[in-house]
Design a protein around this ligand. Sequence first.
Ligand SMILES: [Zn+2]
Length: 66
Amino acid sequence: MKILRNRAKCLICGEILENKYRHDFKTCKCGNLSVDGGKDYIKRSVKYLDKFEELSEFEGEGDERS
Ligand SMILES: [Zn+2]
């Protein structure tokens, strides 16, 4: 499955992290959430698993509805 957007939101500080490149490692300002992998793979590093929201988009998602 192809990754269109590698994105996640931290629910503690509200920051949305978008990862566009393979080695574009990003951490939100409160340090709860880190994202990595760009469009090759999705990697998440989270301190509190219930405190982040997955916002990634994949190619082909939603096709069954149309
Ligand atoms: Zn945060």
